[in-house]
Design a protein around this ligand. Structure first.
Ligand SMILES: [Zn+2]
Ligand SMILES: [Zn+2]
Length: 346
């Protein structure tokens, strides 16, 4: 779909969808964008001007996602083999999964932030170690010991749909690149992922937000073995980085385009403020683990004890991101008791 001349929105489906499903999703998105909220597809963007063909994000490395990408590019007179540059907003499999396949086809320059480049090996080439590390980390936060063989199989299944490749260019944020007449600036927006980037085109007032800002979903911000410091603190600061940008069109990597960046930013900030207050109230006077707190807060999808193990880990990771931010703000303290981390009211 054309956003403006030279900027086109494509759609690639998640692995559970076929190429035909993707076509239907595309039609739905064009006719009734809001109906598609939360649906599992990725929106890569094709930037095309003169001899430059740049793709921002790609999708999972499945044949149906590739077919959808190829078809989408064809509509705008391009083909994946003609990509000069692939800019990946962050290393999650739905954004980066097809990078290796596209690199092989087109010899394109793959661009990724250095903080996300750091985790490629652990995430995609040596996942077994990551699973064991994660199990230990979760136990330290009060999560009952789990059978990690199932987790390991789960992550191997995911990796089957990723063609990982090291980036040719690692960025830090602040760099600019040209696509014909467009001038794109790379903005480092850590939080959802340590190396997440947004792309800003000041003349056309267009902001590509990846997963940093989505129209109805608040992106998952969580603590795991690959995060350092306070990801939620980073995320809130990254939201604030966008305050002074003059933006008419926000192009996210999921759901649909939006126009009121300030309103959406305030909604997301409000959501996290509420969540922070809720979490602080769930900490016992004598101290609580991340698992205790995750078991007390409300989840839109049910109660923690009924979740599948991988959802429980995700909920604990998200809880820990809030607890760490409360610690950073001086509202909570933390202490190790044996092998377990406890949070206390400050
Ligand atoms: Zn993501
Ligand atoms: Zn995503």
């Amino acid at each position: 779909m054309k956003i403006i001349d030279g900027i086109y929105q494509l759609l690639t489906p998640f692995p559970q969808f076929t190429f035909e499903d993707a076509k239907m999703l595309r039609q739905q998105l064009e006719a009734h964008p809001r109906v598609t909220k939360g649906l599992p597809y990725v929106l890569p963007y094709l930037l095309k001007d003169g001899d430059d063909t740049v793709l921002v994000d790609c999708g999972w490395n499945t044949d149906s996602a590739y077919a959808a990408l190829e078809e989408g590019m064809k509509e705008h007179g391009s083909h994946p083999s003609g990509i000069n540059k692939l800019v990946v907003t962050h290393v999650h499999p739905d954004h980066y999964g097809m990078a290796g396949r596209l690199k092989q086809l087109s010899s394109c320059e793959v661009v990724l932030h250095e903080k996300d480049a750091e985790v490629i090996t652990a995430r995609y080439f040596a996942p077994r170690g990551l699973v064991d590390e994660m199990a230990k980390f979760m136990e330290g936060n009060g999560v009952p010991p789990m059978d990690t063989s199932g987790m390991s199989r789960g992550s191997m299944g995911m990796i089957g749909n990723v063609a990982a490749v090291p980036p040719d260019t690692q960025v830090k944020g602040g760099e600019t690149f040209k696509v014909g007449d467009f001038d794109f600036e790379i903005i480092w927006t850590p939080g959802h992922s340590p190396g997440h980037i947004c792309l800003y085109e000041p003349n056309r007032k267009i902001l590509l937000t990846g997963d940093h800002i989505l129209p109805t979903i608040t992106p998952n911000v969580s603590i795991n073995t690959q995060t350092h410091g306070s990801p939620l603190g980073d995320y809130m600061r990254s939201l604030h980085l966008l305050v002074d940008l003059d933006v008419d069109i926000v192009l996210p990597a999921h759901e649909f385009e939006i126009h009121d960046l300030t309103k959406r930013r305030h909604r997301i900030e409000g959501h996290h403020e509420e969540r922070l207050n809720e979490m602080v109230n769930c900490v016992d006077a004598g101290g609580s683990t991340g698992w205790d707190v995750a078991g007390r807060v409300k989840w839109a999808t049910g109660t923690l004890k009924d979740f599948e193990p991988h959802m429980q880990r995700a909920a604990v990771g998200e809880t820990l991101a809030h607890l760490e931010f409360l610690f950073e703000q001086g509202r909570l303290a933390k202490v190790m008791r044996g092998n377990h981390l406890y949070w206390l009211k400050a």
